[in-house]
Write a protein that binds this ligand. Structure first.
Ligand code: F6P
Length: 549
């Protein structure tokens, strides 16, 4: 029993039952499962909003799914979910509520934190963002010299970059093509250099996005951006027309020199990696316009409602979370691939890496004890079909089990020529072919049947039984993007709840930040930094020698 009154996860009867079931199932053959149940291809599917989710190609039976749902009941996933939606402080190590769902709540909803309804504040900021976005889009908001803004540069990192950058790419077809929108995150000066080198400062708006406004990369880049601007415009007053801030920290924003009248706020109950539908989405809202942004929020809300109310058997985030646990904890899978067949989703998996790995990359449980089970997987992937010509070989014939999500769309986005639109069927033929090949493979006899010489038969055989989820939607719209992101947010939630970890803190990134600050004087001034280990000391010396000063 834990301090929190819970039985340790791996000692619960539900966990033990799953382990036993896994042993009894042995090597699952998808060919056999499909042969035994002709309805599997349609039966093992769900519809959530505009998403069609097919989980038939998983190494599971009805019994597996039932046992997984029983594990979710035993670990009270729905209890924690309801506490999250109610605004309870479920982020225990930071003593905070976790309310990204309030960011997309309707105007008349009531969600209280410490007795205060937060929804009016959410909509007040959304309305201010919409007003500002319209001013920029219409040309009413002008730069210091009176020229209209044509370039928007978001400066932020982690959750203050990945979300808006991903969504901007995803929704490019809906953006105002007359605006140039760029994202700067890396403290490597090359990032800012490349982002602004061809821009006219008089037409450039910087959006400094940082929840804490203390993140060294962001503050450093913002300072350099201000110098770049002032070098051209030569007047401190220019900052007011060219800099806005997105933050929870008004004091630090003011310290930096941005007028807090030009600050769009959010709240400590919004985690960085759950924040792009808050003020952090301002660059996106400027690009796609407030109406499209609200459509995206509606999409998030569809899945929030689904997650909150759908029965366990038909609850897509619950199911996806549990399937991940099946592979992670009972098949020893180490990673999870997310493979979008849409060029517009080129940054989707990178976005999910923070969402998933920063949330569930923990070895200490909510009870403060080390867990005795695997937690979050390595999340990786790039858009198809490119990956097919790079790493799919390992998924098909390597020695590792890699569960994968395939995300695809029935229609290309508007704006492509007819010839390019016609390529969409070829893209999607690959999409369907891959999950088919992964699931069912090719037997030695099938290979022989093609006249392949015997010595090559093992090489050309595909064992199959590589599990995939297919997520299909009609097209990639703002609403569909919101639905997809919410689906993954809640999937990650489910896994954290089962593993009994706090998915909403990120203490693991702190040590590196502290050490970077400590090491920096050794590089810049050659300072003798106490406590440097022998390896780092030698590396710093080599660096200084190579640098030549
Ligand atoms: O270093 C991790 C982190 O704290 C993320 O969780 C966060 O998204 C990112 O840094 C940026 O933080 P901020 O928005 O406060 O600049």
């Amino acid at each position: 029993m834990n301090a929190d009154g819970r039985t340790r996860l791996n000692r619960t009867p539900e966990w033990t039952a799953l382990a036993k079931h896994r042993e009894e199932l042995g090597e699952v053959r998808l060919r056999e499962l499909f042969a035994a149940d002709p309805g599997r291809g349609t039966g093992y599917t769900l519809r959530v909003g505009d998403l069609y989710v097919d989980y038939s190609k998983h190494l599971v039976t009805d019994d597996t799914l039932r046992l997984l749902r029983e594990l979710a009941v035993a670990t009270d996933v729905s209890g924690l979910r309801d506490a999250m939606f109610r605004g309870e402080r479920i982020n225990t190590t930071e003593d905070r509520a976790v309310l990204h769902t309030a960011l997309r709540a309707p105007r008349d909803a009531v969600i209280e934190v410490d007795g205060e309804n937060v929804v009016p504040g959410v909509h007040a900021v959304l309305d201010r963002m919409a007003g500002f976005a319209q001013q920029v889009r219409s040309g009413e908001w002008t730069g210091h010299t009176g020229r209209r803004i044509r370039n928007v540069v978001n400066i932020g990192i982690g959750g203050s970059d990945l979300g808006p950058a991903m969504a901007y790419e995803a929704l490019r077809a809906f953006t105002d093509r007359d605006l140039t929108v760029r994202f700067v995150s890396n403290v490597d000066g090359a990032d800012l250099h490349e982002a602004v080198r061809d821009l006219d400062p008089a037409e450039t708006l910087f959006i400094v996005a940082s929840k804490t406004f203390t993140t060294i990369e962001t503050v450093t880049n913002a300072t350099s951006a201000r110098s770049w601007l002032l070098a051209a415009l030569g007047d401190e007053k220019a900052v007011a027309a060219h800099f806005v801030a997105l933050s929870t920290n008004a004091e630090k924003v003011a310290d930096f020199g941005i007028d807090t009248a030009n600050m769009f706020e959010f709240w400590d109950w919004v985690g960085g990696r759950y924040s792009f539908d808050s003020a952090i989405g301002l660059s996106l809202m400027i690009a796609i316009g407030p109406d499209r942004f609200r459509e995206m929020l509606d999409g998030f809300r569809i899945v929030d409602e689904h997650f909150r109310t759908a029965p366990a058997e038909a609850n897509a985030p619950l199911l996806m979370g549990l399937l991940g646990i099946w592979y992670n904890n009972f098949h020893d899978a180490q990673s999870h691939a997310v493979l979008p067949y849409s060029h517009y989703l080129s940054k989707f998996t990178a976005y999910l890496q923070q969402l998933d790995m920063e949330s569930n990359g923990k070895y200490v449980g909510r009870d403060g004890r080390e867990v005795e089970w695997q937690t979050g997987p390595v999340v990786w992937g790039t858009p198809g079909t490119n990956g097919q010509h790079a790493y799919y070989q390992l998924i098909h014939q390597g020695t590792k089990l890699i569960p994968a999500d395939f995300i695809g769309f029935a229609r290309p986005v508007d704006g492509l020529s007819d010839e390019l639109k016609a390529q969409h069927d070829l893209l999607m033929a690959n999409f369907f072919a891959q999950t088919q090949a992964l699931a069912f493979g090719k037997t030695p006899d099938e290979v022989r049947g093609e006249g392949v010489p015997e010595e090559l038969v093992p090489h050309k055989t595909f064992k199959g039984d590589h599990p995939t989820t297919t997520i299909l939607a009609r097209e990639l719209t703002p609403s569909v993007l919101g639905q997809l992101v919410a689906l993954y947010e809640h999937k990650v939630f489910v896994q954290g709840a089962v593993w009994n970890i706090d998915s909403f803190d990120q203490w693991g990134v702190e040590l590196g930040k502290v050490l970077a600050k400590r090491v920096e004087p050794a590089l810049t001034e050659g300072a003798d930094v106490p406590g440097l280990d022998a390896s780092t000391k030698a590396l710093v010396a080599a660096y200084r020698e190579l640098r030549g000063r």
